[in-house]
Design a protein around this ligand. Structure first.
Ligand code: GLN
Length: 474
C-alpha cells in the first residue's frame, strides 16, 4: 500500500490546486473496485454523486472561491445517518429502499466544508452489535485480515478507512461502536461528550447514549473532523450550547505534569497482549512527563448490565416507529394490527428483536422499577465513581477492546460473549463522557491494539493531547 494521505494533507493540497479533489476520489474508487467485493464496507457507493461534488470543488478552486477546511477529503458515512434522496437503511430490511427527505446535520456540515461523501457503510442492524455480523446485508470483513471481524457496530466505516476506500469516516457510538471497530482496524476513533455533536438525522438507537464521531488514520485528522462536526445545533434539543472545541491547537502541547489514571479494579478478561500494550502506553506517558495515579471505579463492572437495560429500553421505544406505515418495508395482512406484526417480524433481524423484547420487558408495568429504574441508579453510580476518580487524575487509560479482532462466528452463538466486547467502552456512554481509541502497536497475530483514553464531559482537549502523545510514542 502506498503511504496514506491524511485529510489535512488533502485539504491543504486541494485548496492550493496542487491536487485535485477528483484525483483523490478516483484513487478511492479504484481501491473500492479492487477490494470492496471482498471487504463489503458499503451498503451503497455514491460514485456519481461524489464525482459531481469533486468536480464542483475543483471548479471552485480554479475560480478562486474558498472551498472549506475539508476540501476534497473523502468521507464514508455509517448508513444510519440520513442523506437526502439517498437510501438510508441501518442495514435493516425494514428500511430497505427508504430515502430520507433531509440531510443529517453532520452531513450538511461536512459538505459545507468541501468534503466528498463516497457512500453509506454497513453496520450491525440498527447499530446493535460488536462485529457487523448482524447486518441484514451480510458482514463486513476486516481489511487487515479478512478472516476476522472489523468490530461493530460501525464496522463498515472502520473498514472503509482501513482499506483506503475513503480518507476518513463517521460512525455512531452508543456503547462503543466507534471505539471498538477503530481498535480492531488500527484507527483513531472518537466518542464525543454527549451533546457535543448533533444527533439530528442520526436514526436513534439509544437516544440518551448515541453520539456521532469520526474515524481517522491520525489524531490530527480526528481533531479536524471534530472541529467541523461538533458545535451547537438548534435542531437537536440535547445539543450543548457551545461552539466546537479547538482541538488541532492542543495536539503539540504534550502531557508534562498531567495525571493519568490507572483503574486498579478494572473488569477482568482482557488478553495478555492487550494488557501489555496498555502497560507500554502508561510507560510512554510517564516518559513524556506525566504521572500515573491509581484510581478505582467500583461500579465499572456493572456498566454492561445497566446498559443492556437502558439501551434496549430506549431502542424498544425508538424502533416502534418502524411499523410498515411510514417507512420502508410493508408486508400486507388482513388488518392493521396484523400488518404491523407481519412487517416487523419480516423486517427486523434476531438481535433487534431480542433488544426490543428485552427493552419492552424492562419498561413494563411491574418490572419498570426493578429493571429500568435500577439500571438508572447504576448509571448514576458510575457517573459518581468517575467524578470521584477525576478528582485525582485528568484522564484514564484502559484497553478499548479486551482482545484484538476475532474470527467470524466466534461470538455469534453467545450474545453475552459479544456484549462483553464493550465492557470498557460502555461506562463512557452511560456517564455521557468523552473517550477515544488510539492505535498503539500490535498484539496477537500482528493485529492492532487500541488504547482507550477516557476523559470527563467536555474533556476533549485534554483527551486529544494524551492521544497525540500516544501517537508520537508509537
Ligand atoms: N455493541 C453494543 C451494542 O450492541 C454497542 C453498540 C453501539 O455502540 N451502537 O449495543
Amino acid at each position: 500500500m502506498t503511504a496514506r494521505r491524511t485529510a489535512l494533507d488533502i485539504a491543504e493540497s486541494v485548496k492550493t490546486g496542487a491536487l485535485s479533489a477528483t484525483a483523490v476520489l478516483e484513487e478511492n474508487l479504484s481501491a473500492i473496485a479492487a477490494r470492496e467485493s471482498e471487504v463489503h464496507a458499503f451498503n451503497l457507493v455514491t460514485a456519481e454523486r461524489a464525482r459531481a461534488r469533486a468536480a464542483r470543488i475543483d471548479a471552485d478552486v480554479k475560480a478562486g472561491k474558498s472551498v472549506g477546511r475539508l476540501a476534497g477529503v473523502t468521507v464514508a458515512l455509517k448508513d444510519n445517518m440520513c442523506t437526502r434522496g439517498v437510501e438510508t437503511t441501518c442495514s435493516s430490511k425494514i428500511l430497505a429502499g427508504w430515502k430520507p427527505p433531509y440531510d443529517a446535520t453532520v452531513v450538511r456540515r461536512l459538505e459545507e466544508e468541501g468534503a466528498v461523501i463516497v457512500g453509506k457503510t454497513n453496520l450491525d442492524e440498527f447499530a446493535m452489535g460488536s462485529s457487523t455480523e448482524n447486518s441484514a446485508f451480510g458482514p463486513t470483513r476486516n481489511p487487515l485480515d479478512t478472516t476476522r471481524v472489523p468490530g461493530g457496530s460501525s464496522g463498515g466505516s472502520a473498514a472503509a478507512v482501513a482499506a483506503g476506500f475513503s480518507t476518513v469516516s463517521l460512525g455512531s457510538d452508543t456503547g462503543g461502536s466507534i471505539r471498538q471497530p477503530a481498535a480492531l482496524c488500527g484507527l483513531v476513533g472518537v466518542k464525543p461528550t454527549y451533546g457535543m455533536v448533533s444527533r439530528q438525522g442520526l436514526i436513534a438507537f439509544g437516544s440518551s447514549l448515541d453520539q456521532i464521531g469520526p474515524f481517522a488514520t491520525t489524531v490530527a485528522d480526528a481533531a479536524l473532523l471534530m472541529e467541523v462536526i461538533a458545535g451547537h445545533d438548534p435542531l437537536d434539543s440535547t445539543s450543548l450550547p457551545r461552539a466546537a472545541p479547538d482541538l488541532s491547537a492542543v495536539l503539540a502541547q504534550g502531557v508534562e505534569g498531567m495525571r493519568i489514571g490507572r483503574i486498579t479494579d478494572m473488569p477482568e478478561g482482557s488478553s495478555p497482549d492487550v494488557l501489555a500494550r496498555l502497560d507500554t502506553a502508561f510507560d510512554a506517558l510517564r516518559k513524556a512527563g506525566a504521572t500515573v495515579v491509581d484510581v478505582q471505579i467500583p461500579s465499572m463492572s456493572y456498566g454492561l448490565t445497566a446498559y443492556y437495560l437502558v439501551a434496549p429500553a430506549e431502542a424498544s421505544s425508538n424502533l416502534a416507529r418502524f411499523d410498515g406505515v411510514r417507512y420502508g418495508l410493508r408486508v400486507d395482512a388482513k388488518d392493521l394490527n396484523s400488518m404491523y406484526a407481519t412487517t416487523r417480524s419480516a423486517g427486523f433481524g434476531d438481535e433487534v428483536k431480542r433488544r426490543i423484547m428485552l427493552g419492552t420487558y424492562a419498561l413494563s408495568a411491574g418490572y419498570y422499577d426493578a429493571y429500568y429504574g435500577k439500571a438508572l441508579k447504576v448509571r448514576r453510580l458510575i457517573a459518581d465513581d468517575f467524578a470521584k476518580a477525576y478528582q485525582d487524575c485528568d484522564v484514564i487509560l484502559t484497553p478499548t477492546s479486551p482482545t484484538v479482532a476475532f474470527k467470524f462466528g466466534d461470538k455469534t452463538s453467545n450474545p453475552l460473549a459479544m456484549y462483553l466486547c464493550d465492557v470498557f467502552t460502555i461506562p463512557t456512554n452511560l456517564a455521557g463522557h468523552a473517550a477515544m481509541s488510539v492505535p498503539f502497536g500490535t498484539g496477537e497475530a500482528g493485529l492492532p491494539v487500541g488504547v482507550q483514553v477516557l476523559a470527563p464531559a467536555l474533556g476533549e482537549a485534554t483527551m486529544f493531547r494524551v492521544a497525540a502523545e500516544l501517537e508520537r510514542a508509537v
